[in-house]
Ligand binder design. Structure first.
Ligand code: ADP
Ligand code: MG
Length: 504
């Protein structure tokens, strides 16, 4: 794939002053963040950061390669083994995380503006992302001193207890659709449990995490606890997932790369693996609903964040008797979404993240048309420049079509009819994915029966894309391994030690 260019770093500094279209000014770090310092990459490389809404070059950032990953892992390893981090009381980790959350709150307008610039998402949604980061970090701050084992009664001649110990250096590889929110979902539980982290951000969106590194330092985290290496997946990501001193790898991204990560873990040191991968989630509308309300959720389910959401409700199924009414209302609603400048307060749908992604989505629309789908709304680019795509609905689809089976990761959904519960459960479960699903109905029995029968990690009833730090999120099937968020995520970042004492 023609992607982002790697170029010589030349005289690139470690920081640049930024002036954003909404008047926000701040200093953007450009270096890798290792041992609480910003540094250039050892190989003297950098890569380009573009604004998805204009296509223009924003800045270069320093690129990390295998050698930098090595240095960062060493720093994280020292911090874990014998640094101040390892001696910190669990409650103190909570204090630091809470401080970090306070700094996110203080700098909310800067952070949300960086996300709008770097990812192209609407500023109103970006603010929601930062609020989500704050909630997540506070949630895991609260867990820091509540992670403990058990005393197990094994009889009078032994005394046995278990401990929940941190794992060590965690490699974390995150995607570009929610650059900071995914960062928070990853570091929250990892640091709360007492691990150290080497993070590789997505090459499309490195800016927000580098700004947060300043906040990490300001909050008072000891050096080496959190390190960020900006770089490419096939270079820095590959090195991280193969590294012998990385004891756990957490990945969010495509199913294709998820397989590679797991293989790399198997071929190196059998590091623990958690994966949060793709989806093709069904959004199911029964005929007893209030149509306007259901259409609001269908619309939000697919067009939220420009459809660049792993849990996007990309397959809409409507019960036969109301299909015509729903599709008419949905077409009208889809055309009302305000698409455009991410910095415009009225915008709901900003730009797709990159040219590559934009072309991929348009190509899928083409594939759908060739397969016989009808374009019920959108189906083409929006505006003259930047990577905008109109909210798109594909009708006249059948289950085997590629647009019904493959994740498009853009503002494109399919809409199809179903007859009854058995029919929609079969269709809903008809892909290899199983990340999320939704049901719209007023009938409690229908809601419970269908949610029981859908093979998905999350089922929403009469809502969509509703996340909470306390609620586990992750996939059935090829949508992933393990759960993020909630108490569940603590499992990813601890290992159990059993201590058995002979009293006889
Ligand atoms: P997309 O194709 O939509 O960009 P990816 O799954 O490729 O999604 O990207 C998610 C994250 O995985 C990014 O941080 C990316 O750099 C990283 N990545 C991509 N390829 C690899 C790889 N071979 N090994 C490790 N990380 C990778
Ligand atoms: Mg990729």
């Amino acid at each position: 794939m023609a992607g982002i260019a790697s170029v010589p770093a030349g005289s690139l500094g470690l920081s640049t002053h930024m002036k954003l279209p909404n008047g926000i000014e701040y200093d953007q770090p450009l270096g890798l963040f290792i041992n609480n310092e910003f540094v250039p990459g050892k190989e003297g490389k950098a890569f380009e950061v573009h604004s998805p809404s204009t296509g223009d070059l924003v800045t270069l950032v320093h690129e990390g390669t295998e050698v930098d990953v090595d240095i960062a892992v060493d720093a994280a390893s020292r911090a874990f083994d014998d640094g101040p981090w390892s001696r910190l009381a669990p409650a103190e980790r909570g204090v630091l995380l809470n401080k970090l959350a306070d700094l996110f709150e203080r700098d909310l307008s800067i952070l949300s503006s960086i996300e709008a610039l770097d990812n192209g998402k609407a500023i109103q949604l970006a603010r929601g992302d930062i609020a989500g980061c704050i909630g997540c970090i506070r949630y895991y701050a609260g867990w820091a001193d509540k992670i403990h084992g058990k005393v197990v009664d094994t009889g009078s001649e032994t005394f046995t207890y278990t401990k929940q110990e941190p794992i060590g250096v965690c490699g974390q590889i995150i995607p570009w659709n929610f650059p900071l929110l995914m960062f928070a979902w990853k570091i929250g539980p990892a640091l709360s449990c007492g691990n150290t982290v080497v993070m590789k951000t997505a090459e499309q969106t490195p800016l927000g995490a580098l700004y947060v590194c300043k906040l990490i330092k300001e909050a008072g985290f000891p050096p080496g606890v959190l390190n960020v290496v900006s770089g490419f997946g096939r270079i820095a990501g590959d090195a991280l997932s193969r590294h012998m001193k990385v004891k756990k790898i957490a990945f969010t991204g495509s199913t294709l790369v998820g397989r590679t990560i797991m293989k790399n873990a198997a071929e190196s040191n059998l590091k623990k693996v958690t994966l949060e991968l793709g989806g093709k989630s069904p959004n199911i509308v029964f005929d007893d609903v209030d149509i306007d309300r259901a259409v609001e959720w269908i619309n939000f389910g697919i067009y939220y964040n420009g459809g660049e959401v792993c849990s996007a409700g990309s397959r809409v199924y409507v019960q036969e008797s109301i299909y015509d009414k729903v599709i008419a209302a949905f077409k009208k609603r889809a055309n009302q979404n305000v698409v455009g400048d991410p910095f415009d307060e009225n915008t709901f749908q900003g730009a797709q993240v990159s040219k590559v992604q934009y072309e991929r989505i348009l190509n899928y629309i083409d594939i759908g048309k060739k397969e016989g789908a009808t374009v019920e709304a959108g189906g083409e680019r929006h505006g003259e420049k930047g990577y905008f795509i109109k909210p798109t609905i594909l009708g006249n689809v059948t289950e085997k079509m590629r647009v019904m089976q493959e994740e498009i990761f853009g503002p494109v959904c399919t809409i199809a009819k179903f007859k009854d519960i058995d029919d929609v459960v079969a269709k809903g479960n008809g892909t290899n994915y199983g990340l999320a699903a939704a049901i719209h109905t007023k009938n409690l029995n229908t809601a419970i029966e269908v949610s029981n029968r859908l093979k998905a990690g999350t089922v929403w009833v009469n809502c969509y894309n509703s996340f909470h730090s306390a609620l586990p999120f992750g996939g059935y099937g090829e949508s992933g391994i393990g759960r993020e968020l909630g108490k569940e995520a603590l499992r990813n970042y601890t290992q159990v030690k059993t201590v058995n004492i002979n009293l006889a």
